[in-house]
Structure formats: structure tokens, C-alpha cells
Design a binder for this molecule. Sequence first.
Ligand SMILES: [Zn+2]
Length: 164
Amino acid sequence: MVGVLVLSLLLGCPREARCPAGSAEDPARLARLSELAGRSPRGPVCFGVGAEPALLPGAVARLDASWPDAAAAARLAHLWEHLPPPAPAPACAPRPWEQEARAWHAELLLRRSLGAIDQAGRPPFTQAWLADPRPETVAAWLRTEAPAASRALSSPRTPRCSCC
Ligand SMILES: [Zn+2]
């Protein structure tokens, strides 16, 4: 009993697990990726081998631990583009598909500068973006080549604002 008490005092209260099963935080890698991305960390990042990169509840980003640093940093920048901006928040948010286009633009800018453009052509608008590297290029691709995804992002249930 005394041993448990001493151990608890030494270790402090257990931290609430923020990462889903099979993934874990890696502060050293997060520092490396943040530096590569040229951004301050915007929240916890969980790394799991084979994990699909995603933004989880609580502003927790999840990355595939097996990705090279350059690609992981670029995807992290993409995921952080989906977080609300730091305070003070703007009066309105961009339309979701415009935000998605900006997130991909941020990721592709980093991939290009870090020499990590996917040679297999993923995402499929990479060549169009390389020819005309603007968020509008991605947005145009989403509207014409992925209308179902674009419609889902623009659904009436999705809050949007036309003033930005
Ligand atoms: Zn996105």
C-alpha cells in the first residue's frame, strides 16, 4: 500500500489517454514535424503505424507513424488548417469545401518545398495544382471531379458563411 502511494506521488496523477488504441504521442517527432511545417503545435498528435491521418475530437491529430517526416509534416499542416483559428476568431468561417481546398494547398506547398510530392499522383489533383499552385485550383478540381464530395462539404447541414 505504501509502495503504491509512493509510486503515485512520484509519477503524479495518470494523464488521460488522448490517443486512440494503437497510437501514442511522440513529443520529439512532433517537435521535428512542427519545425518542418514551420508552425507551432496546435494540439496533441498521435502516431500509429498504419493509422489513417485524421483530425479527431478534441483537436487531436492522428498520423501514420510510418510516413516519412516530410510527408507527415505536410499532412499535419493540412490537418491543422481544419482547426479553428487562434483567438480572436474571425466573424465567420470559410465554406467547408474552401477550407478543404486551402488545407490541401497548405499540404502541397509543404510537400513541394520539402521534396515530398507523391510520385504516384496522390492526391489526384496534384498535377493540376503543380501547374497552377493556388487553393482555387484544388477547389475547382473538387467541384468538377469530385462533385459528390463537394456536395457533402457544402450540404445545408454544414454551417457556412459567405462573407469570407
Ligand atoms: Zn482536409
